[in-house]
Design a protein around this ligand. Structure first.
Ligand SMILES: Cc1cc2nc3c(=O)[nH]c(=O)nc-3n(C[C@H](O)[C@H](O)[C@H](O)COP(=O)(O)O)c2cc1C
Length: 181
């Protein structure tokens, strides 16, 4: 059975985006992937909690795709988590709606890999800054995968960007076909 994939995109200025625009276009072209642009759906941040929960139930793999903003995500993804991942739905004794599903973070960062190294200005790897998402997955009894990370967005030319977008699409296709462990 192919896995149903939901990509939740959180980019406040998609028309000015290079990296997420490239990743989004590649993801949307993968059969079985549904793209859901949170800023487009909720420009006023009034999130339809029931609608979002229903969407989650319809999918097996949830992808949080966004640029890294202040070592985290753009604000709407936090609002989405605060409202949608309710007690009794996503966590707690009765909250098993997401159990067994998979969570993948797919992020783009202005900082290079070196900048996120032990000697770099950010000191810690991106995976360390993504720990709250990893812990969220665990609390929701979801499987957490090694994140997809696109570093040094400002330095990437169109070809390198296209190459990484192809990598992203390939990873999503592997997840859809459940060949990625
Ligand atoms: C408000 C804001 C905060 C940012 N914070 C970070 C950050 O903490 N770390 C980082 O590596 N890049 C940071 N950046 C750079 C973005 O991650 C980068 O511009 C983005 O990933 C490029 O993707 P895009 O072309 O889809 O916009 C920030 C950019 C903005 C606008």
């Amino acid at each position: 059975m192919p896995q149903r994939i939901l990509v939740l995109l959180a980019h406040p200025a998609r028309r000015r985006s290079r990296a997420n625009a490239a990743l989004t276009a590649a993801a949307a072209a993968v059969e079985g992937v549904r793209l859901h642009d949170l800023y487009e759906a909720y420009p006023d941040f009034l999130i339809d909690v029931e609608g979002e929960q229903a969407l989650l139930l319809e999918h097996d793999v949830i992808v949080f795709q966004h640029p890294v903003y202040w070592y985290s995500s753009p604000a709407i993804l936090k609002e989405w988590q605060d409202l949608v991942l309710e007690h009794g739905f996503a966590y707690g004794r009765e909250g098993t709606a997401l159990a067994g599903k998979t969570l993948l973070s797919a992020v783009t960062a202005g900082g290079t890999e070196e900048a996120y190294g032990p000697e770099g200005m950010n000191r810690h790897a991106i995976t360390e800054f993504l720990r709250p998402f990893e812990a969220t997955a665990r609390l929701c009894r979801m499987r957490w995968l090694p994140p997809f990370i696109l570093h040094g967005t400002h330095l990437l030319g169109p070809e390198a960007l296209a190459e990484r977008a192809t990598d992203y699409a390939a990873r999503l296709a592997r997840l859809r076909d459940a060949v990625e462990a």
